[in-house]
Design a protein around this ligand. Structure first.
Ligand code: B4P
Length: 193
């Protein structure tokens, strides 16, 4: 198995690039943002709880997200690998993920971090807000999401730097250019295996 984390601030293009990577490598996509929005649409108790945080731009509590990931891993035993998109977002989530994978004799192969300036992030998310209908794509909530990222999520990169699994990738430019940068990093590691 080849397990990849696509990392980056809100609006850095994790969702956009994940779609292309899945089409190329056939990874199992695991986006906590999508899973949570799906729970909200179905009005499940988990979704109603998560919505309170997401509408304010805050992270959903770790235990909610970790439980959701754990069951998704269990439900997908025979995949070529997982592409974690938007997870882990806190150091606690990163530690929990390592433990869950260890139980399956698996580990993370690489964390690819999309590097995008704050100015560009705000521009992209405001633009998406014009059509997405997402309650968290407005100016005030976008600012909170970026603050949450800087405070709670950016330390996750240090966690993977310690085990030499973190790699920065240029996240500005055309979608194709960024995709090529990601492929280069993935192929150099898959072929080494
Ligand atoms: P998410 O759904 O994970 O993600 P996102 O922050 O919206 O960003 P993403 O990076 O995927 O951006 P995209 O490709 O769409 O999170 C939403 C919320 O869910 C969080 O705030 C949090 O509350 C909660 N949550 C999720 N996971 C959690 C966890 N693990 N723990 C706790 N809480 C969690 O791109 C954005 C826009 O840019 C798009 O419109 C796209 O078209 C555009 N774009 C992409 N690439 C571009 C490029 N190269 N140039 C120009 N525009 C580009």
């Amino acid at each position: 198995m080849f397990n990849l984390i696509l990392f980056g601030p809100p609006g850095s293009g994790k969702g956009t690039q994940s779609e292309k990577l899945i089409a190329k490598y056939n990874f199992k996509h695991l986006s906590t943002g999508d899973l949570l929005r799906n729970e909200i649409t179905r009005k499940t108790p988990l979704g109603l709880e998560a919505k309170k945080f997401m509408d304010k731009g805050q992270l959903v509590p770790d235990e909610v997200v970790i439980g959701m990931i754990s069951s998704t891993l269990d439900n997908n035993p025979n995949v070529v690998g997982f592409l974690f998109d938007g997870f882990p977002r806190t150091a606690t989530q990163a530690e929990a993920l390592d433990k869950l994978l260890e139980l399956k004799q698996q580990s993370i192969n690489v964390m690819l971090a999309l590097d995008v300036s704050e100015e560009e992030l705000v521009k992209r998310l405001q633009k998406r807000g014009e059509t997405s209908g997402r309650s968290d794509d407005n100016q005030q909530v976008i600012r909170t999401r970026i603050l949450e990222y800087n405070k709670k999520t950016s330390p996750v990169a240090d966690y993977y730097r310690k085990s030499k699994k973190a790699e920065m990738v240029k996240g500005e430019g055309t979608i194709e250019e960024i995709f090529k940068g990601l492929i280069k990093e993935i192929d150099s590691r898959i072929h080494k295996k």
